[in-house]
Design a protein around this ligand. Sequence first.
Ligand SMILES: Cc1cc2nc3c(=O)[nH]c(=O)nc-3n(C[C@H](O)[C@H](O)[C@H](O)COP(=O)(O)OP(=O)(O)OC[C@H]3O[C@@H](n4cnc5c(N)ncnc54)[C@H](O)[C@@H]3O)c2cc1C
Length: 324
Amino acid sequence: MEQHETDLAIVGAGPSGLYAAYYAGFRGLTMTLIDSLPEPGGQVAALYPEKLIYDVAGFPAVRGQDLVEACVTQAAPYEPTYLLGHRAEGLHPHEDGSFTLTTSKDVEIHARATLITGGIGTFTPRPLPDGEAFEGRGLVYFVRELETMRDQDVLIVGGGDSAVDWALNLEGIARSITLIHRRDRFRAHEGSVAALYESSVRVLTFTEVAHIYGDQAVERVDVFDNRTDEQETLKVQKVIAALGFVSDLGPLKSWNLEIRGRNLLVDTRMETNVPGVFAAGDITEYEGKVRLISVGFGEAATAVNNAAVHIDPTARVFPGHSSG
Ligand SMILES: Cc1cc2nc3c(=O)[nH]c(=O)nc-3n(C[C@H](O)[C@H](O)[C@H](O)COP(=O)(O)OP(=O)(O)OC[C@H]3O[C@@H](n4cnc5c(N)ncnc54)[C@H](O)[C@@H]3O)c2cc1C
């Protein structure tokens, strides 16, 4: 079994985990990040890398993937160990306040403190019925790079923010865009829906996928009106299924942590009920909690500074300023 020694084990390499890695380094700690996704960035990298984010302090507008890359760069001088594609499975506290974590790939990490920045848990896209055979052959659940859609006829399925945003972002890139939604109300930002109806995107409501056809890859899709059963064939090469995702706390549920709903209860130090196990970002819960990237950054700083005291009780919580 592969073994790692680290000061701080960080479960989740989303924005909160990445910023925590920087902060741990700034505090002179070594850190190991574990994430079940194959790349860092959590929801931002996996679900909306091309979207502009407007509410991160200091960035009037920042592309999701650019923010992730900046977080990775910020942490890089402290040489974090990344265990990507690893799901954290086990957490075993020891009497001296340290922990052994195990991953789905049989790696054992011995850590002096643990920080859980697991967001909404491990998440997988909700599958498009009948779509399995075309996965990776024209059917995608995330658009990591808009360029992959250049000059393609694209069908987008879904009625949430992601579906509407992909449709708007692909204007001028895709040759044609059709958006279908099984209802007539979108669960998306009002301004985006208004922009959608003013755009060149063809919007078909009360419409669902009947069947996808193609030899090697997607060639056409039959869609139907769910009120009249009337069918139409769309000639498309790409299908983006933006049907939301299923998230699961998974193994974290068996770590003896206090959980409310799908979140971990923390105190003002961002410590859970298990001493030495801290949490930050979307996964935490307390009265007045707001789930935003900026809040996760703040919580990560609080968690790491308090974890530093768990590791060395003579250390101070306040780290001093970074400006030099
Ligand atoms: C479409 C969309 C648009 C958004 N727009 C904005 C916005 O404009 N501004 C804003 O502030 N916020 C926005 N958000 C919310 C924002 O993305 C989240 O607040 C942020 O990603 C939370 O970061 P995090 O690091 O706490 O968690 P996450 O980004 O969820 O990362 C958690 C990571 O933990 C990993 N993980 C979980 N459990 C395990 C395990 N057992 N083992 C290994 N890895 C595990 C997951 O794979 C994931 O990579 C948006 C969210 C969505 C879906």
